[in-house]
Structure formats: structure tokens, C-alpha cells
Write a protein that binds this ligand. Structure first.
Ligand code: PEP
Length: 251
């Protein structure tokens, strides 16, 4: 059975004081989580250990990194390695967020290297894919996303592929308040799962969690997450509001 996952993405937001407050609220909340329904918190790197410690009382809450470099170690000032993350006990890592692709020129090929090293260090990549507005308007989103999957992920073995999580995030819906309709989300999630099935077979395709991201809020989470191929969400803005994000997790 594939996992249902809600992941917060705090991006570059929050002070230490705010991080403490939010994490305390999540640690104390009555969350509907268990071994098949987990919550992940992708926090800014300086808060990783704090998040890990604060969430340690609940085995179904995980701290995650928002990025890591493609090399094991070395003279890469300012970067974070998966070896460092592994040594901290971090188990999840967001890769290929559209903001990284746009502002830091991360290509599909470069992301393939990051996926490889994350898996080599036993860290689960939450691999983001999704199309910009002009691609959606041209109705070529399926081809666009298929290319992202092919160039960053489809070199993996079936065993490796079973360990990753995919987040479909249409760029036009991220931070814009525009959400994909539940039908639009289901349609492309089903397409992504079919592409995985063609490459790796039905069994692997049915094991991989595919999250939806793009202006998920407390008032639309339930409907989005109830779609058969939507296995949870990657949530930016709304994950910085404790009450709202608790509702989203419990959706
Ligand atoms: C994100 O950061 O991945 C995201 C989907 O942001 P938002 O929920 O704010 O659209």
C-alpha cells in the first residue's frame, strides 16, 4: 500500500522563534498520522536539527531538507551534501522544486545526479515536476512532465524507483492562489502513474506516492486528496500557518 504524505515546504521563511512556535504546535497537535499516512516538514537547513528534535515524539512526522548538492563532499562552499543530511538522520529531501529549476538553473540532467546520490545515501527524494502556464495553455503538459520524468528518473532501477516520492506541481498554481481543479490533478496524476507503469510495471506504479502541490489550502485539501491518484500534497504558503496546516494534514 502506498503512503499518503502531506509535506510542508517552508521555503526561505521564518525566524528561529517562528520555527520554534510552528514546530511546537505540530508536535502538540492531534494529527491523523500513522505508518501509512505521514507528515513531512521541509524546513530551511539551519532548522533541520531543531525540527528533528521537536518532532521526535511522533514517529510519523519527519523533518526534510529542501535541497542538497550532487556531490558527496568537497570544496563547494555554501552547499549541503546528502552525506551531511544522512549524518543528521534526515530521511526526506525535496528535489527539483520549480523555484530551484527557475532561479538556480537546475536541469533535468543535474537533478538526475541529485536523485542518484540521495538514493545512494538512503534519503528519499520528493521529486517535483510540473509545467509552466504556457505549456498548460498549449495543452502539452503531459509531454512536458513525461520528459522531466524520463530525463531525471527513468534511468533508475525498479527497486530504486520504488523508494522515491513524486510531487506534481503545476508552476502556474504555486503561490498564486490558483489551484488545479481536482479533475485536472487526477488527470495528470493518472497520466504520471501510467508512464511509471509503462517504464516499471503496474506494481511499482501502484507503490509510488504522487503528491499534488500548488495553492493547497485547508478548504481544498480534502477534495484534492480524495482523488484516486492523488496521494497527498506538497504545501508551501499554508504550511506556515499551524492551524491551517494541521487541517490539511488531517484531510
Ligand atoms: C510549494 O512550495 O511547493 C507550493 C506548492 O507552494 P504553495 O502551496 O504556496 O502554492
Amino acid at each position: 500500500m502506498r503512503k499518503q504524505i502531506v509535506s510542508a515546504n517552508w521555503k526561505m521563511n521564518g525566524t528561529l522563534e517562528q520555527a520554534n512556535q510552528l514546530l511546537d504546535a505540530f508536535a502538540a497537535a492531534a494529527l491523523l498520522v500513522d505508518e501509512n499516512r505521514i507528515a513531512v516538514f521541509a524546513v530551511p537547513a539551519p532548522f533541520l536539527m531543531l525540527a528533528k528534535e521537536k518532532l521526535s515524539g511522533n514517529p510519523y512526522l519527519f523533518a526534510a531538507a529542501q535541497n542538497a548538492y550532487s556531490k558527496k563532499s568537497g570544496a563547494y562552499t555554501g552547499e549541503i551534501s546528502v552525506e551531511i543530511l544522512q549524518s543528521l538522520g534526515i530521511q526526506y529531501l525535496v528535489l527539483g522544486h520549480s523555484e530551484r529549476r527557475e532561479y538556480f538553473q537546475e536541469s533535468n540532467a543535474f537533478l538526475a545526479e541529485k536523485v542518484n546520490i540521495a538514493l545512494a545515501f538512503g534519503i528519499c527524494p520528493i521529486f517535483c515536476c510540473g509545467e509552466p502556464l504556457e505549456i498548460r495553455e498549449a495543452n502539452t503538459q503531459n509531454q512536458f512532465v513525461a520528459q522531466q520524468l524520463k530525463e531525471s528518473l527513468f534511468h533508475l532501477t525498479p527497486a530504486e524507483f520504488s523508494k522515491i516520492v513524486i510531487a506534481y506541481e503545476p508552476i502556474w498554481a504555486i503561490g498564486t492562489g490558483k489551484t488545479a481543479s481536482s479533475e485536472q490533478a487526477q488527470e495528470i496524476h493518472q497520466f504520471i502513474r501510467a508512464e511509471i507503469a509503462t517504464q516499471y510495471g503496474e506494481q511499482v506504479a501502484n507503490e509510488v506516492s504522487i503528491l499534488y502541490g500548488g495553492s493547497v489550502k485547508a478548504n481544498n485539501a480534502k477534495e484534492l486528496f480524495s482523488q484516486p491518484d492523488v496521494d497527498g500534497g506538497l504545501v508551501g504558503g499554508a504550511s506556515l500557518n499551524a492551524a491551517e496546516f494541521i487541517q490539511i494534514i488531517n484531510s
